[in-house]
Design a protein around this ligand. Structure first.
Ligand code: CMX
Length: 458
């Protein structure tokens, strides 16, 4: 149970809605959905014509930056403060969300519960959800066979996306849709699929890891007493290392959602709006995540920091880091792990991971982590002087892969897969809500350059 003092620092709206219920996730959602449906109905009928902002030509040709055009309730990204999940900042989540037995970090189950329901689960509810996920976590044999048939040279993200898509063979939503289910039942089948998919992601992702990097080693069975990420770590082969397991728990929970407009979340939402089932929608999201400007950045950061380490050797002086940064920029490359489409300050997820490192002597003294920290002190001024990026500060990826590397988890091409396991929490939450709220097919209007020119001349 939480101390009163800790609770008193939470937004007041949170104090009234936490830690008493014994209801299941589905029962809790059943309770909260009607009020949200009512809220949407009111917004539509009473304020449907209200103007939220203007659309400039620069929005249209600039990747829709800053365009306020999506509904996404679970998290909001403030350019200066960073992410909040249903109003809770990262430090607040770290205070109130239950951890795994024997652990300290937030776990995927408690973050998923918060994202889906807007409520902080009790430790008992979190445990029940862990149990449900563990019970549903085995892969069907045909998916195991599919994954085993891939060449080990196929990028792990391609394998993950294909594996997730293939799981749609068992989609409850698709089966019910074919039978002609009512629209009011869409969300329950979507929820069932989303829970099944989240449950199976660790076994799928770990199988890919074993096939590619540890061929011939046996994959441990799912332990019904462990949380989702505890099992993932175990299946990857790091179950005995409590530090990696705790790190993975924190990373996966923190990276679960980052508002709706990022490429992976937006892709899941767009594809889901066609009533594609959650497996197909999330597999599409994974292929967006596989791009170097999005999820692949964590592997790029490590590659770049190691190259820097090799070049400057043991003399990690400010001068040497500075000249390496300039070398990268002058060669026309971006500095990986820096900048953001929305954030304009250091990413609080980066700060949370740095704090994790600071509490562990082995990480605090690790050469690669020290280099990451030193780089984060030097890079902002260099990027400001370079004058291009709107945000010269580190994002979450500036450190995420380097922690794994320190612990001997050195297969960087795999890092985005871990991000893919994480982002399912937010993207799938939103699919459930899109169906509960009956959101329509997404269909923005596009313009040709000639049409824009004509428009601006008028
Ligand atoms: N190094 C060098 N140049 C950078 C830069 C960086 N880290 N970040 C942005 N810029 C450049 C852009 O390439 C752009 O240049 P052009 O005008 O020549 O095209 C200019 O600065 C303006 O970009 P911006 O508006 O500040 O940033 P964007 O919204 O276009 O892009 C992002 C955001 C993350 C893709 C970009 O900062 C970047 O490429 N960063 C490095 C890769 C990275 O760390 N990605 C992880 C993102 C985290 C996540 O996915 O959540």
């Amino acid at each position: 149970m939480l101390a009163r003092a800790r609770l008193s620092r939470l937004p007041t709206s949170f104090l009234g809605r936490r830690l008493a219920s014994t209801k299941s996730l589905k029962e809790t959602l059943q309770e909260v959905i009607p009020a949200k449906q009512e809220q949407l109905k009111k917004l539509k009928t009473e304020h449907g014509q209200a103007v939220v902002g203007e659309v400039k030509v620069e929005n249209i040709i600039g990747g829709m930056r800053g365009l306020k055009a999506m509904l996404w309730d679970a998290s909001v990204l403030d350019p200066n403060e960073g992410i909040r999940f249903h109003g809770l900042s990262i430090p607040e989540c770290q205070k109130v969300l239950p951890s795994a037995p024997g652990g300290k970090e937030i776990i995927a189950e408690s973050m998923l519960w918060l994202l889906l329901t807007g409520q902080v689960p009790t430790p008992e509810q979190t445990k029940q959800l862990s149990k449900e996920l563990a019970e549903k976590g085995d892969l069907p044999a045909y998916v195991e066979k599919l994954i085993d048939s891939f060449p080990t040279t196929l990028h792990p993200m391609t394998q993950l996306g294909m594996g997730v898509a293939a799981l749609n063979h068992d989609s409850s939503f698709q089966a019910a849709y074919e039978k002609g289910m009512k629209k009011s039942e869409y969300w329950t089948h979507t929820l069932d699929d989303c829970i099944d998919l989240i449950a199976r992601l660790p076994a799928l992702a770990a199988r890919i890891y074993r096939n590619v990097y540890k061929p011939g080693t046996p994959l441990p069975a799912i332990n019904k007493d462990l949380d989702l990420v505890g099992n993932y770590s175990n299946m990857l082969g790091y179950g005995d290392n409590q530090s990696i397991t705790e790190y993975l728990r924190l990373y996966i929970a923190l990276h679960g959602d980052h508002e709706g407009g990022n490429a992976s979340a937006h892709t899941a939402h767009l594809v889901g709006s066609t009533l594609s089932d959650p497996y197909l929608s999330y597999s599409a999201a994974l292929f967006a995540l596989a791009g170097p400007l999005h999820g692949l950045a964590n592997q790029e950061v490590l590659r770049w920091q190691l190259a820097m380490q090799q070049e400057i050797g043991s003399d990690v002086s400010e001068e040497n880091i500075k000249s390496y940064l300039w070398k990268t920029l002058k060669s026309g490359q971006v500095v990986p792990g820096y900048g953001h489409g929305v954030l304009r300050n250091p990413d609080p997820r980066f700060i949370a991971l740095q704090e994790f490192c600071n509490t562990r002597p082995e990480l605090k003294n690790s050469p690669i982590i020290q280099l990451v920290n030193k780089t984060s002190e030097v890079a902002p001024d260099v990027l400001k002087e370079h004058g291009k990026t709107k945000n010269p500060y580190p994002n979450v990826d500036a450190t995420s892969g380097c922690v794994l590397y320190h612990y001997g988890f050195t297969e960087f091409k795999y890092y985005t897969v871990i991000f893919g396991v994480s982002r399912a929490l937010g993207a799938l939450t939103q699919l459930v809500w899109a169906r509960a709220l009956g959101l329509p097919l997404e269909r923005p209007k596009s313009y040709s350059m000639d049409a824009l020119e004509k428009l601006v001349k008028q």
